[in-house]
Write a protein that binds this ligand. Structure first.
Ligand SMILES: NC(=O)c1ccc[n+]([C@@H]2O[C@H](COP(=O)([O-])OP(=O)(O)OC[C@H]3O[C@@H](n4cnc5c(N)ncnc54)[C@H](O)[C@@H]3O)[C@@H](O)[C@H]2O)c1
Length: 438
């Protein structure tokens, strides 16, 4: 198959590279010329484990190309994926579909022969209908099928997720499109990756329902964590105790500073807005959004409480800035809100992240960025672990103790056994660890 991937961001690039690896011919298109130039030189603009190598081998094999020329790529392709951003619209929280509709207009003018246009971006129910309307209005001669195929990959584990998905959801009832999409995903289907066909609107809603459910699960355990702190129970054990139940499952039950990232915050909000417009409100998700919003600043208050009620003029060291490990993505990262709240209370913040500091320099002001955990901890009143990168899992507490102004460790990801940290003379504050025992 000849595939044009419109948008070479986190989703478009990973999908394009993986499709090429399946043996398809792929052109990744982006309208940011510097991005395409860098990609052609073999430089991957995002941090995603394994992507660099996989992109290089498929480029060498001649199956993967990069271009700014959308028209040529679309005219050449059998299948065109739209993988552009759908951020929250400023002001009202609806999904901003400007980029999707602009891409649809461009695609309409360029298609040549029967083409399947697939929306991979996360889009509200009805967007496929509008993409189809735009294409038919712009080019009444166009022979296209418009399909929904939401993406479920996770940043940091994107290649594995794309190649070994739990399911592939395809929203179309058009037999020609079903045949093409089956061919596109045939290599995965052979690997038992279940291909699930449904109507386009259902497919669009599946993506939002999945993300909303996961966001709700995280928020649930976060509230249970707070209750554990009040009642002297341990949320880690509560999570394990309920997770053994297959109806509940043990995934997404890690208490922490609240969900962030490029998807959950905007997708939950967009679902709330869609549901309101449809006069069928989703109150569980409305509440999830509200609880999660409050939680990030509450984590700053946890740090302040650990520091005896004030952080004014105190140095606070923050470990981890990205919204999760193994990515450089800072979109809606809890660290940003926590640092802002600490600064609002007069703290001097120092921070370190293995991949996120370049991006963070654009987003944060007044933060001192250090070269490693020990550099930022020197002279600090508290060390706060916000993102659980592997390299923060074996800190040398003896070394930290020797350089910090006071030995306070706030572990917002519950990475460490609290007794181990205390043994080194630290005060330990975790999330939902109301019991003293590990
Ligand atoms: N990031 C994730 O983990 C993830 C997971 C699943 C689904 N999604 C969804 O996938 C979509 C893309 O997300 P992302 O994180 O990859 O976004 P992104 O911002 O990283 O990438 C979007 C890319 O599209 C390009 N673009 C925009 N308009 C264009 C046009 N007309 N022509 C060519 N290129 C254009 C931009 O320059 C950018 O490089 C969103 O709808 C998101 O919700 C993201």
């Amino acid at each position: 198959m000849k595939i044009a991937m419109i948008g070479a961001g986190y989703v478009g690039l990973v999908s394009g590279v993986c499709f090429a690896d399946f043996g398809h011919e792929v052109v990744c298109v982006d309208n940011v010329a510097e991005k395409i130039e860098a990609l052609r030189k073999g430089e991957i603009p995002i941090y995603e484990p394994g992507l660099q190598e996989l992109a290089a081998s498929n480029s060498e094999a001649g199956r993967l190309n990069y271009s700014t020329d959308l028209d040529a790529a679309v005219a050449w392709a059998d299948v065109v994926f739209i993988a552009v951003g759908t951020p929250s619209r400023r002001g009202d929280g609806h999904a901003d579909l400007t980029y999707v509709y602009a891409a649809a207009r461009q695609i309409a003018k360029a298609v040549d022969g029967y083409t399947v246009v697939v929306t991979k971006s996360t889009v509200p129910v009805g967007t496929g209908d509008e993409v189809e309307r735009i294409i038919r209005e712009t080019n009444p001669e166009a022979d296209v099928s418009v399909v929904s195929n939401p993406e479920f990959l996770r940043e940091g584990a994107a290649i594995g997720d794309f190649k070994r998905p739990d399911r592939i959801v395809v929203g179309t009832e058009d037999p020609r499109a079903i045949a093409v999409m089956t061919e596109v995903y045939r290599p995965l289907h052979l690997n038992q990756g279940p291909l699930f066909f449904c109507e386009r609107r259902t497919s669009e809603l599946i993506k939002y329902a999945a993300n909303a459910f996961l966001a709700m699960k995280i928020t649930f355990i976060n509230e249970i964590a707070d209750l554990c702190e009040s009642l002297g129970a341990d949320v880690q054990k509560v999570a394990r105790g309920i997770g053994y139940d297959k109806r509940i499952g043990d995934k997404f039950l890690h208490a922490g500073p609240g969900y962030g990232g490029s998807c959950f915050p905007k997708d939950t909000l967009a679902l709330v807005k869609t549901a309101c417009d449809a006069e069928s409100p989703v109150r569980l998700i409305e509440t999830t959004v509200a609880i999660n919003d409050n939680r990030k600043r509450a984590m700053a208050r946890k740090v302040i409480a650990a520091c005896g009620g004030s952080v004014r003029d105190k140095r606070i060291a923050v470990l981890g800035l990205t919204f999760k490990p193994n990515t450089d993505d800072l979109r809606e990262a809890p660290s940003l809100t926590i640092i802002q709240a600490l600064q609002d209370h007069g703290a001097r913040v120092a921070a370190f992240d293995p991949e996120g500091m370049k991006g963070a320099e654009q987003l944060l002001s007044g933060v001192e960025f250090g070269s490693d955990p020990y550099a930022i901890a020197a002279g600090a009143e508290a060390l706060v672990l916000v993102t659980e990168w592997d390299e923060f899992r074996a800190l040398d507490f003896r070394r930290l103790h020797a350089t910090m102004a006071s030995p306070i460790f706030v572990d917002l990801r519950n990475v460490y056994p609290q007794q181990e940290v205390r043994r080194h003379g630290f005060e330990y504050v975790g999330v939902g660890r109301g019991s003293d025992r590990d």
